[in-house]
Design a binder for this molecule. Sequence first.
Ligand code: SF4
Length: 166
Amino acid sequence: MKPRVAVHKFASCSGCQLAFINMGEDLITLTELVDIVHFPEAGPLGPEDAVDIAFIEGSVTTPEDVDRLKGIREHCGYLVTMGACATSGGIQALKNNADSDAWLKSVYAKPEYVESLSTSAAISRHVAVDFELWGCPVNVRQISWVVRQLLTGVEPVDANEKVCAE
Ligand code: SF4
């Protein structure tokens, strides 16, 4: 049975998922080695259940995000965050220093129907993260490097530094 991989989206622009798709031939090779069971931007939307590697794009901005994220953490081997949204809260974290209720009222006609946390937080603020990929968006080579290392049982401790140094 091939290792199972999932890519999950939280609050984000989907640019990091597109970087993942832009792996090109590497992505084709990857699909021969693993089963990608959940990937909103690329097609499969399987249940968010047990996988070997879960990639997370986006930040945590709603109470529902928190519950969903905890479920993903419970059912994955490695959890890898990718991009500035997932690793630091992203551009949406600008609201962290603002009056988020006032912003909600100014944006939505019926703010009472919008459930939103007062902050946009990095994934690591809510669950344990095994590896972080930095960037906005992430670099194709970072993703490729991490996947190759994890599949061969090596801890990819230098994924960001290696790509930056190239
Ligand atoms: Fe989009 Fe940048 Fe967030 Fe990636 S890190 S989802 S490219 S805003």
